[in-house]
Design a protein around this ligand. Sequence first.
Ligand SMILES: NC(=O)c1ccc[n+]([C@@H]2O[C@H](COP(=O)([O-])OP(=O)(O)OC[C@H]3O[C@@H](n4cnc5c(N)ncnc54)[C@H](O)[C@@H]3O)[C@@H](O)[C@H]2O)c1
Length: 332
Amino acid sequence: MTWNLSGDLDTLQHHLKDVDCHHSRFLVTGGAGFLGTWLCSLLISQGAEVLCVDNLSSGLRHNISSLEKNPRFSFILHDIAEPIQFRQKIDYVLHLASRASPLEFDQFPLEIIRANTLGTMHALDIATAHGARFLYTSTSEVYGNADVFPTPESYHGNVNTLGIRGCYDESKRMGEAISLAYLREKGTDIRIARIFNTYGPLMRADGVYGRVIPRLISQALNGTPMTIFGDGSQTRSFCYVTDQVAGLLKLLYSDAAKGEVVNIGNDTELTILCLADLIRSAAGSDSELTFEPLPEDDPVRRWPDISKATRLLGWRPKVDIETGIASMIHKD
Ligand SMILES: NC(=O)c1ccc[n+]([C@@H]2O[C@H](COP(=O)([O-])OP(=O)(O)OC[C@H]3O[C@@H](n4cnc5c(N)ncnc54)[C@H](O)[C@@H]3O)[C@@H](O)[C@H]2O)c1
């Protein structure tokens, strides 16, 4: 599937008028993945230099092929769990490298743990050596099966360390602790985004990499049964990618956000059944629903409290789920 991101990038540039990336050099780990490609594309379109480090475990070279024609963009094939150094001065480090799809947790637990612990330390070592600002992409999964809604940053979480998701949830929690340890011991300028489910063009629908929205859209468009795990009464709050990327960059650029952890997501909660209905009607599909067992420790609800992001960053999501899904379906 080929996406033309230019319309969405124009909108993003409009929302980020106060962010000036000119003459800055960014290191983006995981830059060939879904969110990483969006960030690299936006930064390049804003005049920045970008070093993209990725081991292509879940990312695709194809995502960044047009960026590779730009002299301000460099791709470095590297596993961030191994140390790496750069001679050129780096101003900002965005650490996104980590497999993120629930089906990957089962198959690659050690890789995920290494990327979020050793990888986070290596990315922080670079930021510290260069005096660069550092953004860690954590996750709503640090809250585990939460029982406070909407969930604020002050909630400490309810994670099963022993379950199949423990490799992701606990290593992200550790990544947060590591980031704060660098701030406290070395003075590194860190900030942490707790990202809630984000979707949009470039997100994969295939195999173990597949995420719920692209997978349901692809099934609806192909007229094949749409897979629901459990009875579909579990909830999620889905954020369109342009809103997510705007939130991440506002967090990166906010001086007041040093040392802060901030939920970035959309605060409209809906059930997976409701999501499937919405996709089916937007696609004009008559696909049936097929039900499969709920994976172990699948959170019952996900609903972020985003008042801190609004207060600290002046940010709120703008794209509702109907608009986001329609734009994915009509770009197909
Ligand atoms: N998309 C979401 O809804 C969401 C939600 C919460 C958190 N996040 C976090 O945001 C980040 C990006 O997620 P995404 O959705 O773009 O996932 P993605 O799988 O599309 O991208 C991750 C990228 O990291 C790369 N990578 C993985 N391990 C690596 C390693 N050891 N060294 C170098 N590169 C490595 C992959 O090849 C891929 O390009 C992840 O850290 C993820 O945990 C995403």
